[in-house]
Design a protein around this ligand. Structure first.
Ligand SMILES: Cc1ncc(COP(=O)(O)O)c(C=O)c1O
Length: 290
């Protein structure tokens, strides 16, 4: 595997950054997870836009332009001969001193890993996930805002540990008011009486690119959508449920906190949306190999 670091390609074993990089010392940096499908980098421009927004929010100057980052992502896929897979694009604050002041980090670092990813066991996509609500709440918007895709995922990791301890693969995080925010690396959707609902972004969630794509697919299919505040009650009484994320794609949920969702099987609207989403991945995105 060839890894891109600051304009150079390194073999996996030699792809190293400094132990003084504030990305490591403090989780100071931002990232994106991006998929390639059928020789296209799906939604690359949306991911780069979000990367620049995250960086702006933490006053991090990305040392490359959007065009340069686009080329670097394409080149890293080509260097690895990948037409399908997963890109991890990282911008760290860079090498600094042991104090946390980012002014001591003169040069941010850009890292691009092109590989593959599998988040959940494949059978889950057929049978659906069983998940739980966990005690760890989503970050408050006035702390590290959940819209910032930062390198500090400890909030999500704590929730994932709580899910692991409960013997399930995912966790619903509520916000501090008790409304559903999102899962550890996915946005949440429920369907009730034919209406597709996903929590309002103001409940505290990443502005998911898969979430947006699914809302577009629903509109194209004529499925009504809304973005309300969702409590656990609305989740428990829903007919269908699924999670969305670049790595997870669309994963059906069939049980929440011991309550069976719908008839306990992935539902028909979920299936339609999965098909519509798959069709989009064939058409949309930056071509890798001409
Ligand atoms: C916390 C969190 N929420 C939601 C998502 C889903 O976002 P997207 O569909 O843009 O990958 C992710 C993954 O990227 C995530 O890390």
């Amino acid at each position: 595997m060839k890894v891109y670091i600051d304009g150079q390609y390194f073999d996996e074993a030699d792809a190293k950054i400094s132990v003084f990089d504030h990305g490591l010392l403090y989780g100071d940096g931002v990232f994106e997870g991006i998929r390639m499908y059928h020789n296209r980098i799906f939604k690359l421009s949306e991911h780069l836009e979000r990367l620049f927004y995250s960086a702006k929010a933490i006053l991090l100057d990305i040392p490359l332009s959007v065009d340069e980052l686009t080329n670097a992502c394409v080149e890293t896929c080509r260097a690895n001969g990948l037409r399908d897979g997963y890109i991890r694009l990282i911008v760290t604050r860079g090498r600094g001193t042991l104090g946390l002041d980012p002014r001591r980090c003169p040069k941010p670092s850009v890292i691009i890993i092109a590989s593959t990813i599998q988040l959940y066991p494949p059978a889950i996509y057929e049978t659906g996930l069983s998940i739980v609500t966990v005690p760890t709440t989503r970050n408050l918007p006035n702390s590290v805002n959940p819209a910032i895709k930062s390198l500090n995922y400890l909030n999500n990791i704590l929730a994932r540990i709580e899910a692991n301890n409960a013997g399930v693969e995912e966790a619903i995080l509520l916000n501090s008011d008790g409304f559903v925010a999102e899962c550890t690396a996915d946005n949440v959707f429920v369907i009730h009486k034919g209406r597709l609902m996903t929590p309002s972004l103001s409940a505290g969630a990443l502005h998911g690119i898969t979430r947006n794509t699914v809302l577009e697919c629903a509109a194209a299919l004529g499925v009504p959508t809304s973005e309300p505040l969702l409590s656990r009650y609305e989740v428990y009484i829903s007919d269908e449920m699924f999670l969305t994320g670049t790595a997870a794609e669309i994963v059906p949920v069939v049980k929440v906190d011991g309550r069976t969702i719908g008839n306990g099987k992935p539902g028909p609207i979920t299936q339609q949306l999965i098909e519509a989403f798959r069709a989009r991945t064939r058409l949309d995105g930056q071509v890798i190999f001409p």
